[in-house]
Design a protein around this ligand. Structure first.
Ligand SMILES: Nc1ccn([C@@H]2O[C@H](COP(=O)(O)OP(=O)(O)OP(=O)(O)O)[C@@H](O)[C@H]2O)c(=O)n1
Ligand SMILES: C[C@](O)(CO)[C@H](O)COP(=O)(O)O
Length: 229
């Protein structure tokens, strides 16, 4: 299944405390965002990459795309204050009502077989996301007091890519914008309107590089599975 991918890369990396967009931090010798871009650039099913960026970082992105020979980035789109706005700005660039994947620039460790399973599920259900079963016990806490232990067997830690029919995702974003609703992932914009979303079991290696600790997890993953090198 052919698809287009929107990669939100316009964040500030505040939790990384690196004083810059964390996507430019190098893992071994290559910036995080390059690993992510290369996965899709090398996927024959990927028709094009739409990258949403902070316009002040355009020259950095442009030189990385050139230096690493990334071919499928057809558009650098200005991101927004929130991830959701960055994604929507990217989705608006898509004219055909085919399949679109939304994938965090901060998640470099995904592979083509998982993408294939995801796009097949999305083409028959309208929306599909990657997730892994939660391993920790999760509790709801209020003012430092535990108020509820959440039944773990039904909990999944959601990742990206998230795959959708373009028209369904566009409508969900339009409605969320109209309702001033902000979600932390794109699937939540469909869920709130009763749209079906299926889960595909992914991989614990598919981490989102968010805080300093994730950098050494990431280097360990790269050494274990150099497929991304
Ligand atoms: N306004 C935003 C916020 C986030 N992102 C992107 O969405 C992905 C997931 O967001 P996150 O991991 O939270 O990145 P940051 O927002 O940069 O991190 P922080 O919240 O720590 O600032 C990242 O690739 C990030 O670049 C984006 O395009 N636009
Ligand atoms: C979309 C996501 O990666 C799914 O887990 C996550 O919600 C992004 O959250 P962030 O705070 O924008 O990184």
């Amino acid at each position: 299944m052919f698809y287009e991918v929107v990669i939100p890369a316009a964040g500030q990396g505040k939790r990384m405390k690196a004083g810059k967009n964390k996507l430019f931090i190098e893992l071994i010798d290559t910036p995080i965002i390059v690993y992510t871009l290369q996965v899709f650039d090398r996927d024959p099913d990927c028709k094009r990459i739409i990258l949403t960026i902070n316009p002040e970082e355009e020259s950095i992105f442009t030189s990385l795309i050139e230096q690493y020979g990334i071919k499928k980035v057809t558009k650098l789109v200005p991101g927004g204050k929130e991830r959701q706005q960055s994604v929507f700005n990217g989705v608006k660039e898509i004219k055909e009502d085919g399949l679109v994947l939304v994938h965090d620039g901060a998640r470099p460790f995904i592979d083509h077989s998982l993408i294939k399973r995801l796009t097949e599920a999305a083409s028959s259900h309208g929306g599909a996301i990657v997730a892994v079963p939660v391993k920790d016990t999760i509790k709801k806490v209020k003012e430092n007091m535990v108020i509820e232990t959440v039944e773990r067997s039904s909990l999944w830690a959601v990742q990206t890519p998230q795959a959708f029919r373009v028209s369904i995702l566009k409508k969900a974003h339009e409605e969320a914008e109209k309702d001033d609703y902000l979600g932390t992932d794109d699937a939540s914009l469909l869920e709130r309107k009763g749209q079906p979303v299926v889960i595909i079991e992914g991989d614990y290696d598919n981490i989102k590089i968010t805080t300093q600790e994730d950098l050494y997890f990431a280097e360990a993953i790269l050494h274990k599975k150099p497929v991304w090198r």
